[in-house]
Write a protein that binds this ligand. Structure first.
Ligand SMILES: [Zn+2]
Length: 211
């Protein structure tokens, strides 16, 4: 069953808790981390695995708005909590010289806090990110290169699914006496998840070494 790329739609708060100036937009990172639920706004990867470094992306690139526009460097509604891969690949890409035109002729981007983001791309059962529209195709193949990164995108998704199942099993185990049969069954399931988690983690470590 296909699902959305991010499990929860990120929503930026109206009033950020800090008010940085100049080049200090990274001071917004802790607010963004919460507002994006600890996941990359673009690819939906979780920020808690080792080797995954998260950054603050300017949705409208600095190179566009510092020349033409009125967007501030620290303007919260232009910032995205992003993994380093999405941020680096997106880089200065923009389909126009107009900061108000994020996409044009099926090229460009959609603000990841808008629900329509999920009308352009989706996640397959195996964790890949695929497109639903021509603009989505551009985002997958050019904007973020999700197709080239497929191995890593899928691994990170699998790891996150296992992390979620751990959390669930830990909560479930608390409901039963530690000597009960139910408790033992849950512990066995958790061990199995841990086994697969470790396999995926090792694969991810090897993959990052190969970069
Ligand atoms: Zn990402």
């Amino acid at each position: 069953m296909a699902v959305t790329v991010r499990s929860n739609l990120p929503q930026r708060r109206a009033v950020p808790s800090r008010n940085p100036k100049g080049n200090n937009w990274s001071e917004h990172k802790s607010d963004l981390r919460e507002d994006f639920h600890n996941h990359c706004g673009y690819c939906g990867s979780y920020d808690g695995f080792s080797h995954t470094y998260f950054e603050v992306d300017h949705f409208v690139p600095k190179s566009i708005f510092t020349i033409n526009g009125n967007i501030g460097l620290c303007q919260y509604d232009n910032l995205v909590y992003s993994c380093k891969f999405c941020n680096n690949i997106k880089s200065k890409k923009w389909p126009s010289n107009d900061e108000n035109l994020p996409n044009l002729n099926n090229k460009g981007f959609v603000d990841p806090t808008l629900a329509i983001y999920d009308t352009h791309i989706y996640r397959t059962e195996s964790g890949s990110i695929r497109w639903l529209t021509d603009l989505g195709k551009w985002m997958v193949e050019v904007g973020f290169k999700f197709d080239e990164r497929d191995f890593c995108v899928k691994l990170l998704w699998e790891l996150n699914q296992l992390r979620i199942s751990f959390l669930f099993l830990v909560d479930e185990a608390k409901k039963y006496d530690s000597n009960s049969k139910q408790h033992k069954i849950i512990i066995e399931k958790a061990k199995e998840s841990a086994f697969h988690y470790t396999l995926y983690r090792n694969e991810l470590d090897e993959y990052y070494k190969s970069l």
